[in-house]
Design a protein around this ligand. Structure first.
Ligand SMILES: O=P(O)(O)OC[C@H]1O[C@](O)(CO)[C@@H](O)[C@@H]1O
Length: 356
């Protein structure tokens, strides 16, 4: 069993609580060095760090009204050629601080005059050392490949960083930030029992999780980032294809894949599409699909429904529903005799030169 991964999953509420409680001191250093407002923010990262970057860029747009976008390190060139270094802050995100493509991007764009804020869990890492300003991700050590507490703590770190910058740059609405903080606190308080509920659910569904040949995950709004990270977790631990779609996009063609045995995992995150998602769940089950629903919304009960506690704020899906996917990875992989605490190919990073 992925014991260490499960320990990291269970540690998350405590880690999030500490980051939240220590936020004044944790973000003070970076924020003091970033007094000069910018017009736009570009965030880059790979894998889970890219998904965390997408969630943060969306959040910055919504909460601060900033132009913000996320890109993988190797696709920055076209975008940055259009941007003025004086008006742009580049944020490079890497939990390990060792991803070679991120190191290369930081060096290249720093040389071209962009100011670079690095966000890592290792202050001594190459990414941290190459940037102009560093923000620490206070998640502690995470030695297994499929990241859990590091990813969610990266999102939390980027969210708080945005709110702190918004305060000094006079952006966003203070009341909205306070409301968000209140909901976040509720999400953190609910997390230990949500994780226990997920464990019970996944233990009961482990036989099914072990035989599904692929999984299609559907969400909406900012729940889409939890769906993307959930897909990455299931793919890298169950060794099956897993794709995440924004709900509306799924309806435009992907629905042709509906067939007996297809696994659909729904993550309704807001009220907007709840009825249509419920209709799609019924429709696809009638066609023989194997479905799961993970949600904090009020939902019709069923053995395939995991109902968790939470607010109806999709930006909190990372803290409310994503841990259920992480737990699915643990129980599904155990049933498949996969030990995801250990790398499948220990020599891979060295051969492909992906980490410094
Ligand atoms: O955030 P980092 O350390 O740059 O790593 C990026 C991604 O690379 C991996 O380590 C796999 O190579 C993932 O686990 C991670 O999300």
């Amino acid at each position: 069993m992925a014991r260490r991964m499960l320990e990291y999953i269970k540690e998350q509420p405590e880690v999030w609580r500490k980051i939240t409680d220590d936020r004044e001191s944790l973000f003070q250093g970076a924020v003091e060095k970033l007094q000069q407002p910018v017009k736009r923010i570009v965030i880059l990262g790979s894998g889970s760090s890219y998904i965390a970057s997408m969630a943060a860029a969306d959040f910055y747009g919504k909460m601060l009204g900033l132009e913000a976008a996320a890109v993988v390190p190797t696709r920055l060139d076209g975008l940055l050629r259009l941007l003025n270094p004086e008006e742009t802050l580049l944020i490079a995100v890497s939990q390990s601080g060792k991803s070679t493509s991120t190191i290369d991007a930081v060096k290249k764009w720093k040389a071209r005059g962009f100011r670079i804020l690095t966000v890592t869990a290792d202050e001594q890492s190459p990414v941290a050392k190459e940037g102009d300003v560093h923000q620490f991700i206070a998640c502690g050590e995470e030695t297994v490949g499929p990241k859990t507490k590091g990813m969610t703590s990266t999102v939390l770190t980027l969210y708080f960083l945005g709110l702190a910058l918004g305060r000094i740059w006079n952006l966003g609405d203070q009341e909205a930030s306070e409301r968000f903080l209140e909901e976040l606190n509720q999400a953190i308080d609910a997390a230990p029992s949500n994780i226990e509920k997920s464990i019970d659910f996944c233990r009961n569904q482990a036989d099914l999780l072990a035989v599904i040949p692929h999984v299609t995950i559907l969400s909406e709004d900012a729940g889409y980032y939890a769906a993307q990270e959930g897909a990455l977790k299931l793919l890298e631990t169950l060794y099956i294809p897993a794709m995440a779609y924004e709900f509306e996009e799924y309806l435009h063609g992907v629905n042709n894949t509906i067939a007996p045995g297809m696994c659909h995992l729904y993550l309704p995150a807001g009220e907007k599409n709840a009825e249509r998602m419920a209709a799609l769940d019924h429709y696809t089950r009638e066609k023989g699909c194997v479905n799961f629903i993970i949600t904090v919304l009020d939902w019709e009960e069923g053995s395939h429904v995991l109902k968790l506690s939470g607010n109806k704020n999709p930006y909190l899906s990372i803290f409310e529903t994503l841990p259920a996917f992480q737990v699915m990875s643990v129980f599904g992989s155990e049933r498949k005799n996969i030990d995801c605490d250990k790398p499948k190919f220990p020599d891979f990073y060295g051969v492909l030169n992906t980490k410094a």
